[in-house]
Design a protein around this ligand. Structure first.
Ligand SMILES: Cc1ncc(C[n+]2csc(CCOP(=O)(O)OP(=O)(O)O)c2C)c(N)n1
Ligand SMILES: [Mg+2]
Length: 764
């Protein structure tokens, strides 16, 4: 072994020790009076030690970014410590408040990782979307291209649909900077992964245009294969299922010769030699790993299947139940002895003058990244000054505002990037796309350029600003998250807007929330929403999304009713992106055309400014009953015409009704929490005075094209009775008024609910 191989081995052993100790300290050494387990994953970490040592201490460049499988976070921290990026005082603080996070976290770990992971499958795909975001930003702004985007993936993560949706997207097969290394330890959480999956996976990757590499055998096993009769041993190992291999790993060394039954090739080997050979997999052989990483192509994505043993080097290695297993004190002491370490003083870096110490120092210098420029998001105008006359839907307004921005605020428009999973035209972003073009990493010929019969001109260039994905909502939010995090990676903010049919927000929900958790800032537009898309039917009707919008942290949800409100809300959302104190937004829109005169927008500048302020605070009073309301109708979005008609009808019946338009139940809820001193999270846009301005004490009917409970909290604003109208059953296609009637959202239902409340409130 050469001197630098020996140094690398030394580092590998220390990384195993530190990673195991980080988990041990959290569980066995830190006082825990709650009885709740602390946890951590020593076996999952051990599985990845050699791969990560070979990457960091040999293969990586400073431009490369790596997403590490969630359960190997201790390995990442061990490496950070050895590279001088993490203070030793953090090492005993895994899973402690303010300490090291259970899974790599970009927003909370002191040694900031390149990607947050935790939800399996999502962290694995993030670097693919990160690669696209990096390419996009370097095609449009002064940002250096390049750098590999690497995922270190657990083999059971390949069960996740998100993986295959991502691999399958046509844009992905061109991304030569993408490298996935699969930690093929044949184990998931509960079990040994059945049979042999790797041939199937390799075929899927190849069919999707990826380079597939394997690092399967260590050099010891390879030398045995080269002996006389070695083929028999190789065939025996290749053909055995995962379960049998794991069983052999757990078998006593003395039994292996018989259980393998491969004849003469093992002659002359001791039982312990055979046990060592069986464990000699490529994913634990630094030389083989190094060699394999050098074979990676640059013109297509690559997946490396690295064969490993879960728990390698620990007493639990290969045991089917080792996922959450923790070494006991005795086992820990034995490990300390085997690795020449001290369990009572575990946090040792290398002597600076030793070969391993020099390797750490040189690696730290090699991977040093230049300081980032400060991200400066553009100033976003408060409004665009357009007058919206006639009939408009909020969905169509979205497209209009985007094209207006391209004309009136080019520095803002230059940073906008829209993304759609095959619904760009049906969500009304066609005009914008015609203006800015579709982005493609390479210019592509438009075969239909001469065809005047198309709503969207599909001009694909490296400067376009719309990214079109296949129909996979999970991919949409994956890309949105990375476009929305790019400012924190390269110092250039983007303003990403994704459009999706509102019912499919739920399909993308968990990865969308994860992207926000990980620090991505973007705008998701769900449209059309609710049952208002009436003829399109029950399959496309969204019901629970208002709650999702209200309850998702780090996200402001708006549901405007009129065009000008849509403009204000979108501009407000844009002004929150690409900044340290920023956040995401979710806009719930609809295709229902509404007469804009119903908005009764004040003509004077002060009145208009006040309306805008109220809209962004979450609600404004549209109708004021004189002298005071017997009932208030609080209505959201598409249902404003029914609420106004109901107020007219009530007036005819001698019942005075206020109409309040709720534009952000999210901000209203938070303002209410704030009023009680209970607000946690962002205070941006929260205005407690909105309640005094807008809501007068009277019984309240709430009307929402979504689940009725979402607005129930409004009854507490003035401690009044409240009746909540909304959608609580699966619907069906039909005319708009028929559907509203079916769900009890039509004018008559609102009037009925209001009269019931008024009756109840009358003195006996
Ligand atoms: C979306 C999601 N589902 C389930 C889990 C719980 N979980 C954590 S690790 C794991 C198995 C991971 O196996 P693998 O990826 O092979 O990693 P290993 O620990 O074997 O390296 C599961 C199911 C999770 N973190 N995320
Ligand atoms: Mg596994």
């Amino acid at each position: 072994m050469t001197e630098d191989e020996e140094a690398l081995r030394e580092v590998e052993r220390r990384v195993l020790w530190l990673a195991t100790s980080i988990v041990h300290a959290a569980n066995a050494r830190r006082p825990n009076d709650s009885g709740v387990k602390v946890g951590g994953h020593q076996a999952s970490s051990a599985s990845m030690v050699s791969i990560m040592t070979a990457l960091w201490f040999d293969a990586l460049t400073p431009a490369d970014r790596v997403s590490v499988k969630p359960h190997a976070s201790p390995v990442l921290h061990a490496i950070s410590f050895l590279l001088g990026r993490l203070d030793a005082s953090y090492l005993p603080r895994l899973r402690e408040l303010g300490g090291l996070q259970p899974y790599p976290s970009r927003t909370k770990d002191p040694d900031v990782p390149d990607y947050s992971t935790g939800s399996v499958g999502i962290g694995a795909t993030a670097p693919v979307w990160g690669a696209l975001a990096q390419r996009y930003v370097s095609a449009h702004f002064d940002v250096a291209a390049g750098g590999r985007q690497i995922s270190l993936v657990g083999d059971a993560e390949l069960d996740e649909g998100a993986i295959w949706e991502c691999v399958n997207d046509p844009m992905v097969q061109r991304l030569g900077e993408v490298l996935w290394v699969v930690d093929l330890n044949r184990q998931s959480l509960d079990r040994i992964v059945p049979d042999i999956q790797v041939a199937k996976w390799a075929g899927l990757f190849r069919a999707a245009g990826w380079q597939v590499l394997e690092v399967k055998y260590g050099r010891l096993l390879q030398s045995l294969f080269a002996r006389d009769g070695g083929e028999r041993l190789r065939d025996r190992i290749d053909e055995m299922g995962n379960e049998e291999f794991q069983w052999l790993l757990r078998s006593p060394a003395a039994e292996l010769r018989t259980r393998l039954d491969v004849g003469a090739v093992l002659a002359g080997l001791s039982d312990d030699d055979i046990a060592a050979a069986l464990r000699d997999l490529g994913g634990h052989d630094l030389v083989e790993l190094r060699r394999t990483f050098r074979e990676v192509d640059n013109d297509r994505p690559t997946v490396v299947f690295a064969y490993t043993i879960k728990g390698r080097g620990l007493p639990v290695e290969g045991h089917p139940a080792n996922h959450s297993a923790l070494l006991n004190e005795e086992q820990y002491a034995a490990l300390a002895q085997a690795l020449g370490q001290d369990g009572d003083d575990p946090w040792q870096a290398f002597d600076a003058d030793s070969p391993a110490g020099r390797l750490c120092r040189d690696t730290a210098a090699r991977l040093e990244r230049p300081a980032l420029p400060e991200a400066k998001p553009p100033d976003i105008p408060l409004e665009l000054g357009r007058t919206y006359r006639g009939v408009h839907s909020t969905q169509a307004t979205l497209g209009r505002v985007l094209t207006d921005l391209a004309r009136d605020a080019p520095d803002v428009a230059a940073r906008i990037v829209t993304v759609s999973p095959d619904v760009a035209s049906s969500t009304n972003t066609g005009g914008w796309i015609n203006k800015v073009g579709v982005w493609s990493p390479q210019d592509r010929h438009d075969w239909f350029a001469e065809d005047g019969d198309r709503l969207v001109r599909w001009r694909e260039t490296s400067t376009g600003q719309h990214i079109e994905l296949g129909i996979a909502e999970v991919n949409l939010v994956g890309l949105l998250g990375e476009l929305g995090a790019i400012w924190s990676r390269v110092g250039q903010p983007l303003l990403p807007i994704g459009t999706v049919y509102d019912p499919f927000v739920a399909r993308a929900l968990e990865p969308w929330v994860f992207g926000t958790y990980a620090g991505g800032q973007s705008i998701l537009v769900g449209t059309p929403s609710g049952v208002t898309l009436a003829p399109e039917g029950g399959a496309h009707q969204s019901i629970t999304t208002p709650s999702i919008g209200l309850e998702t942290p780090g996200t402001t949800c708006y549901e405007p009713a009129f065009a000008v409100e849509t403009e204000w809300c979108l501009l407000d959302a844009l002004s929150r992106l690409g900044r340290h104190d920023g956040e995401s937004a979710y806009l719930r829109l609809t295709t229902r055309p509404i007469d804009q005169s119903l908005a009764a927008l004040p003509d004077d500048a002060a009145g208009r400014a006040q309306r805008r302020k109220d809209v962004l605070a979450g609600a404004y009073r549209l109708r004021t009953a004189e002298p005071e309301p017997a009932v208030t109708i609080a209505v959201v979005g598409a249902l404003v015409p029914e609420a106004v008609a109901a107020a007219d009808e009530l007036a005819r019946l001698g019942v005075a009704a206020d109409v309040v338009v709720v534009t952000s139940y999210d901000r209203l809820w938070r303002a209410l929490q704030s009023r009680r001193g209970l607000l946690t999270g962002s205070t941006y846009g929260i205005d407690e005075s909105v309640f005094e301005r807008v809501f007068r004490a009277s019984p309240l009917v709430t009307v929402l094209d979504g689940h009725p409970h979402t607005l129930a909290f409004l009854g507490t604003v003035n401690a009044t009775a409240v009746s909540c109208l909304g959608v609580s059953m699966f619907g069906q296609g039909g005319g708009l008024q028929d559907v509203y009637r079916l769900h009890g959202l039509d004018t008559a239902s609102i009037v009925g609910a209001a009269l019931d409340l008024v009756d109840e409130s009358l003195p006996e």
